[in-house]
Each structure stands twice: as structure tokens, then as C-alpha cells.
Design a protein around this ligand. Structure first.
Ligand code: P6P
Length: 334
């Protein structure tokens, strides 16, 4: 079968629905997908090229080996920084905001990304991934500034993630549904495999690191226990699945339903995950697929980052399970 719906063809077809669009967003999404292909290759060959994945040791040639997430970061900064579309970049790997070739001229957008989330898992072949979100500058008449990253997730123009696992997948949304692609290595193209992904209203899987139970608020413990109880009137007990790699746990929750949660706890009062380039893009995706994403009391997409590396809690997935969390832990359902 000839794969006609490649990512670039799909993106450009989507663009034709917006006659006044400049095609810039399409172009930059294709650039991001190229970066994902390059990182996919790096991850797939890490073990063979002496990159030692996540240890940063010296390879057989005596060259200093950068850890994979630094390599992935450099690929994206170079590729996207030179695209002309992004005035500024934020990377999980860099302490401060990154200027680009387009900082002081036409770059209409700013981009935040985690280049290789879960990279410490590579040594044991657990899936990893890249997560990103894109905002327009608050004021297109001026150069990009750091404050352009201080916007709620409801202002996200596009967001997506990739999973480097048994297959390399790329899932994105520009606000018109969520679409999933799979890399066909034989042609080096992402091919449409999941059009308009919708999360089930209710699921049967919960995903949380139960090693943190001792540090949870009592009501969080009550919520998780409620998922384990067998209740003849419902679907319980839920199945527990926790990979420990955000993109893998999120992707399964998006496609199969249920809930992924990393709540605040006594050791992590601000949360474990990063708001700008992990929680916000994934919340955008989950809501576009009909699901929900909160940090506990608040909708993640309404939060405004005050620091580019700010942490957050994340409870996301099917509406049924997320609303139950709100009700049990915070006494409200919105
Ligand atoms: P814990 C991986 O290091 C990561 O940032 C996410 O990919 C993952 O969801 C989380 O940390 C796992 O954290 O505390 O369960 O090991």
C-alpha cells in the first residue's frame, strides 16, 4: 500500500482549511518532525555507537561523549533555531532562554521543549520522548522576549510529543483534534496512523508511582485506593501500569483511557514534572482529545508559568477519572 498521508502532506492539507494561513506553522511542524527523526536514530543506535546513552562516559575513541539528552537538545536548538520561525527557545536542558537567528526579526513564535524526556531509562530500553509546545509572541511588532513564555496553555498554537519505543510515533495538535503518526523507516516518513484520537470517557487503567504513597495527602491515598477496590457496579478494580517515562504513560492513557497522575507530595510540594514543556503541552493534547488535565485544584491549561523551569503536579486522562480525583481530593467537580 502506498502511504499517501505522510505528516508533511497531512499538515499542508490541514493548512488549506485556513486560507489566510502563511504556511509558517506547517513549515515549523515539519522542521520539528525532522528533529524527531534525527533523535529517533540517535536513540536507536546509542548502544552501538558507544554513546553510553545517559552515563556521559568517554567512548571507545577517547572522545568525550555528550549524554543523549544533550545531543537531542543540540539537534533541536540547531534545527529550530535556524528555521527563522522561533524568536526564542526554552529547553529542559538549558538554564536560560535561548536566542536564535530570528530573535530580533521575523520569528513570530516561541517554542519550549523537553528534548529527551525519560533519557535515564534508555539503558533498559524503556521508551523515551520529545515534548514541545509553541506560542505566538504576545506582541508580533517586537522581538521575542522571555515574557512570551508566560502565557496560559489555552494560548498554545501547537503542541506534540514523540515516543521512541517499539516504533517511533509523533502525536500533535494545532487545536483541531489530535493526530498520530508512525515513522516508516523504509521511507523515512511519518505516516498517519491515528486520525483524530479521542480519549475514552472512562478507562480501566491507573498510572502512578506508588512508591510515593507515604508522602501523599490522605485524600490522594483515598483516591488511589478507590481505583483498586472491586465495585460490582463499576469497572473496578483498575489495572496498574507505570512505566516511569512520561511520554509512554501519557500516550497509553491518551489512547486507552484511565488516569495518569503525579500529584504533589511531602517531598515534592511543587510537583515533580515541568509545567511549561511537559504538563502544558500534554494537557493541551489531552483536552483536544476530549480528556482533562489538572494540577489538583486547577486546570493545567489555565496556569501561567512564572519561571520557565517551574514544576507542577499533573493528573490527566479520561474525564471520569480526573473528575473523580477533583471530587475526592478537592471536593469539587468542574
Ligand atoms: P519518578 C523521567 O525522569 C520523568 O521526568 C518522567 O518521564 C516520568 O514520568 C517521571 O520522571 C518519573 O518520576 O519519580 O516516578 O521516577
Amino acid at each position: 500500500m502506498i502511504p499517501t498521508q505522510t505528516l508533511s502532506r497531512f499538515i499542508h492539507a490541514q493548512r488549506r482549511r485556513y486560507p489566510d494561513s502563511t504556511g509558517e506553522l506547517s513549515d515549523l511542524l515539519v522542521s520539528i518532525s525532522l528533529g524527531v527523526k534525527l533523535i529517533s536514530q540517535m536513540v536507536a543506535t546509542a548502544g552501538f555507537k558507544g554513546l553510553h546513552g545517559y552515563t556521559g562516559e568517554t567512548n571507545v575513541h577517547g572522545d568525550e561523549v555528550k549524554v543523549l539528552d544533550e545531543e537531542a537538545d543540540e539537534v533541536l536548538v540547531e534545527l529550530l533555531g535556524s528555521s527563522g520561525h522561533f524568536g526564542l527557545l526554552v529547553s529542559e536542558e538549558r538554564d536560560s532562554v535561548i536566542s536564535t537567528d530570528a530573535t530580533h526579526n521575523e520569528g513570530k513564535y516561541v517554542l519550549a521543549f523537553d528534548p529527551l524526556d525519560g533519557s535515564s531509562n534508555i539503558g533498559s530500553s524503556i521508551p523515551t520522548g520529545t515534548i514541545f509546545c509553541i506560542f505566538r509572541k504576545k506582541d508580533e511588532s517586537r522581538s521575542a522576549i522571555n515574557d512570551d513564555f508566560c502565557q496560559p496553555g489555552t494560548n498554545i498554537v501547537a503542541a506534540g510529543y514523540s515516543v521512541y519505543g517499539a516504533k517511533t510515533s509523533f502525536v500533535y495538535s494545532t487545536g483541531s483534534g489530535v493526530h498520530g503518526f508512525t515513522l516508516d523507516p523504509s521511507i523515512g516518513e511519518f505516516v498517519l496512523t491515528d486520525h483524530d484520537i479521542k480519549v475514552p470517557e472512562r478507562g480501566t487503567i491507573y498510572s502512578v508511582n506508588e512508591g510515593n504513597t507515604a508522602f501523599w495527602d490522605e485524600r490522594v491515598k483515598e483516591y488511589v485506593e478507590s481505583l483498586k477496590r472491586h465495585d460490582a457496579t463499576a469497572k473496578g478494580p483498575y489495572t496498574g501500569r507505570y512505566v516511569g517515562s512520561l511520554v509512554a504513560d501519557f500516550d497509553r492513557t491518551l489512547r486507552k483511557g484511565g488516569v495518569f497522575l503525579y500529584p504533589v507530595d511531602a517531598k515534592r510540594p511543587l510537583g515533580r514534572l515541568r509545567l511549561l514543556y511537559e504538563c502544558m503541552p500534554l494537557a493541551f493534547i489531552m483536552e483536544q482529545a476530549g480528556g482533562a488535565a489538572i494540577n489538583g485544584p486547577d486546570r493545567v491549561s489555565e496556569l501561567v508559568p512564572s519561571d520557565i523551569h517551574q514544576r507542577s503536579a499533573l493528573i490527566t486522562g479520561s474525564p471520569h477519572e480526573v473528575n473523580a480525583y477533583r471530587s475526592i481530593v478537592h471536593g469539587s467537580t468542574r
